[in-house]
Design a protein around this ligand. Structure first.
Ligand code: MN
Length: 744
């Protein structure tokens, strides 16, 4: 089978040997190792003439996926076989039947699951969400399908460099939007962080490199601090006879960036840049007590912050995570997060879901329950929702992204709920009828309304009344998709009833005034009463806002006048539209659309109007991503815009190649900057001086505020290229007293 250059063959065999070595370490049987060899030769032959876009032999991809499965997920021989074969049915001559004959039903089932996922994502990228749904559904039958898919995605992200730019955008948004949260929920902390960092590298390369450089620059100072900080802990733990290891973990680039943007703070103010982790070797029975003894020793040395203690040991997260977190004050006055856990807890925290198979005998109970509960919850969401996928995305997102709280029934049964859940969410969580008739609850024995926001540890007794009715405003304070679905269902049913009732009332009116019951007359009445559709008409009649007198008027001569009013209405609307056209933002957009040379667009789309998204206001030189959601226009977003990330996950196939032309012609972009600092005499003068004289930039609006010596300014201005903007911002930062200058 040797058809490749020697060097490549060596690389391939070395990665294959790694797999066999790892399997031997895990005491795989001879039979299993033989089957892995069989799978390897089949995959090798099947892919032998194929190369990846990077130029590498294709077989390296399945080999890497199999290695990830072993290194990061602790899975066994069957999963390795599936990883090696995962692209064969999809991309080569081999059929599922061949796989089943050679490797049996179990392997064929998993490969089938993986192939089906690929079917969808390859034929039509916009169906990406559908893919996700399938993954989640198949996961509930055999979790290995999703784990292999996740490993596949991780390796594809690691090798994303060789893909064209628009594919990079699409794949990295999907990763941020779906795969990273999924990895998180399954407890693969390492994979989640790596996926996020890799995705950010493509989504926002500037910020990525900035933070990477900052971490690098501050590393030696940090190491010194950590060694000073941990020295007394090491001494104390050794003295007390603990066997332990102390690690320090720097936050991932992505999560540092998240923190900086969410809290609007510069890099230097991210106080929890790293955490100290103490891993204890402990026997099964003493796990919890050893962690607490170490906690007590650490807090003897350093003062803890009382509001920052997190006990994930007594109540593990639903992905199985167990650890004790505390934040303590170092002797140099710096807050430091300390995580305390046993070796076993650490394995689960790092490598998630599958790690419990390693510790199966010991830790089965709590962990499997958590995973099962999560899987069935996802299944519930997917099955509940037969409406459009947009809602489904929102539903999954709502449940995937939110943090969790733990609450209890009066009997002490524990329920995991998303953060921001209210009493009403909990009622629906327990049962639909309980939600529909909920009038409030006793939370920790205090009476509270349905909108009451729950916190971890609350004990809730729902109170119902037969007289209660579902209200539309309930939708404004529920956080779970289950509650949203149930409430919408009841409201829809009520609406349907009203419509039917209104319809029959209208029939009696028509009969009374001898009006024929037909569409023409109904439309006439709709126009007369200013209803936008027939449902509104029927509900109006049911509610009594449209009366018998109205019907009478409409079909008598007076009705003619109203008809006239309705006829001239569109003219008023048109006049209003013209006014809008002359507003400043539109002027900019008009200017840009008259000047399509500003962007280089791919694939026959240069004729189409370009629109600059108002959510993120990209300017020339920014990393951009463009969408053509219909045939008439292309909307350009900044690549790191959260709307754009969501759009690309949903409409991957609508991404259009776009980048700025190098020599920008005279097009101005509207952008905004925010300035903060200490107020002083002449400050405003210096700022406006730099903007209008040094840079000759036109401002659209300037707004300065000062209170208690702190100065804040918001300036919107027209600039031509992001480089100008950056230079301007750098210059502003140099003004004495200015602490912060950033884009809005
Ligand atoms: Mn693959």
């Amino acid at each position: 089978m040797n058809t490749l250059p020697n060097e490549e063959m060596q690389q391939i065999y070395s990665r294959y040997r790694d797999i066999q070595l790892k399997l031997r370490e895990r005491h795989a049987s001879r039979e299993q190792k033989k089957n892995v060899r069989k799978a390897f030769s089949l995959a090798f032959n099947a892919h032998k003439d194929m190369r990846r876009r990077s130029g590498e032999p294709y077989i390296l991809h399945p080999l890497e996926v199999a290695n990830i499965i072993l290194d990061n997920m602790n899975l066994g021989a069957t999963s390795v076989i599936c990883a090696l074969l995962h692209d064969t049915v999809e991309d080569t001559e081999y059929t599922l039947q061949d796989i089943e004959t050679l490797f049996g039903e179990e392997v064929a089932y998993i490969i089938d699951g993986l192939t089906k996922i690929d079917d969808v994502s390859d034929t039509q990228a916009s169906k990406q969400f559908e893919t996700f749904r399938k993954i989640l559904l198949s996961m509930s039958k055999d979790a290995r399908v999703i784990l292999i898919k996740l490993a596949d995605r991780l390796h594809n992200m690691r090798t994303l460099d060789s893909m064209p730019a628009d594919k990079q955008m699409k794949i990295s948004s999907e990763t941020l939007y779906m795969y990273a949260p999924l990895a998180h929920r399954l407890g693969f902390y390492n994979i989640k962080s790596e996926l996020e960092d890799l995705a950010m590298k493509y989504q926002d390369p500037g910020s990525y490199e900035y933070i990477a450089k900052k971490i690098q620059e501050s590393s030696s100072e940090r190491e010194q601090f950590i060694s000073d900080f941990t020295a007394p802990i090491k001494e104390k733990l050794t003295e007390k006879g603990f066997s332990f290891e102390i690690l320090s973990r720097t936050k991932s680039i992505y999560s540092i960036w998240q923190k900086m943007t969410k809290k609007k703070i510069p890099f230097d103010e991210v106080y929890d840049l790293f955490a100290i982790r103490i891993i204890i070797d402990s026997d099964e029975e003493h796990q919890k007590s050893s962690c607490w003894s170490v906690y007590s020793l650490v807090t003897d040395i350093y003062t803890p912050r009382s509001d920052r203690l997190r006990d994930w040991i007594s109540t593990p997260k639903s992905n199985g995570y167990q650890s004790l977190h505390t934040t303590v004050m170092s002797h140099t006055g710096k807050w430091v997060e300390v995580q305390i856990r046993t070796r076993q807890m650490d394995a689960i925290a790092e490598n998630g879901f599958a790690a419990h198979w390693v510790y199966k005998e010991n830790n089965k109970q709590s962990y499997e329950q958590g995973v099962d509960a999560w899987l069935s919850k996802i299944k519930e969401i997917l099955q509940n929702n037969d409406s459009n996928t947009g809602e489904l995305v929102a539903g999954v997102k709502m449940n995937l992204f939110n943090k969790e709280i733990f609450v209890f029934t009066p009997k002490g049964d524990e329920h995991t709920m998303p953060e921001n859940s209210t009493v009403l969410d909990f009622a629906y969580e327990i049962g639909e009828q309980l939600g529909n008739f909920c009038i409030g609850a006793k939370v920790n024995n205090k009476l509270v309304p349905p909108s009451y926001l729950l916190k971890s540890g609350d004990q809730i007794e729902i109170i119902t009344s037969k007289k209660q009715k579902v209200h539309e405003e309930w939708l404004s304070f529920v956080a779970t998709s289950k509650a949203v679905d149930s409430i919408s269902k009841v409201l829809q049913k009520e609406r349907d009833d009203k419509i039917n009732e209104g319809k029959s009332i209208l029939k009696t009116y028509f009969k009374k005034y001898d009006v024929e019951i037909n569409k023409i007359n109904r439309d006439k009445l709709m126009a007369f009463c200013n209803c936008k559709d027939k449902q509104e008409l029927y509900i109006g009649i049911y509610n009594g806002t449209i009366t018998e007198a109205n019907v009478k008027q409409c079909f008598s001569k007076i009705g003619l006048f109203y008809k006239f009013v309705n006829a001239v209405k569109p003219i008023f609307k048109w006049v209003k539209g013209i006014k809008n056209l002359f507003s400043v933002d539109n002027a900019i957009r008009r200017k840009l659309s008259q000047n399509p040379q500003s962007l280089l667009l791919g694939e026959n789309v240069h004729e189409i109007k370009q629109i600059i998204a108002t959510c993120c206001n990209p300017v020339a030189g920014d990393q951009v991503i463009a969408f053509s959601l219909n045939d008439k226009e292309i909307v350009v977003h900044r690549a790191n815009c959260s709307n754009a990330i969501q759009l690309s996950a949903k409409y991957g196939d609508k991404i259009v190649k776009a980048k700025w032309r190098p020599q920008q012609t005279q097009v101005d972009f509207l952008t905004g900057i925010y300035i903060k600092g200490f107020d002083s005499k002449g400050l405003v003068h210096s700022i406006t001086g730099i903007i209008s004289q040094d840079f000759q930039v036109n401002c659209r609006s300037i707004q300065f505020e000062s209170s208690e010596g702190i100065f804040e300014g918001r300036i919107s201005l027209y600039i031509q290229h992001v480089d100008n903007l950056n230079k301007l911002m750098d210059k502003l930062k140099l003004i004495q007293g200015i602490e912060k200058v950033e884009r809005i």
